[in-house]
Design a protein around this ligand. Structure first.
Ligand SMILES: [Zn+2]
Length: 62
């Protein structure tokens, strides 16, 4: 299955960035913001066709 592109808001600098979500399973991972280079904790919850994405500052968590 193709990766799903999702636009999120960086919790550090509030810029919009695009991340790729694997739609086959729920996942939590860290990705550096392309704009401010700080780590973003990304939690993607996969529920059938529905993909719900939460983001948080890595040092704060959810
Ligand atoms: Zn940022």
């Amino acid at each position: 299955m193709a990766m799903h592109e999702r636009r999120i808001t960086c919790p550090h600098c509030w810029e919009l960035i695009d991340v790729l979500i694997d739609p086959t399973e729920s996942q939590m991972y860290t990705e550096d913001c392309f704009v401010c280079c700080r780590p973003i904790l990304i939690h993607a919850k996969i529920d059938g066709e529905h993909i719900d994405v939460d983001v948080a500052q890595e040092d704060l968590g959810f």
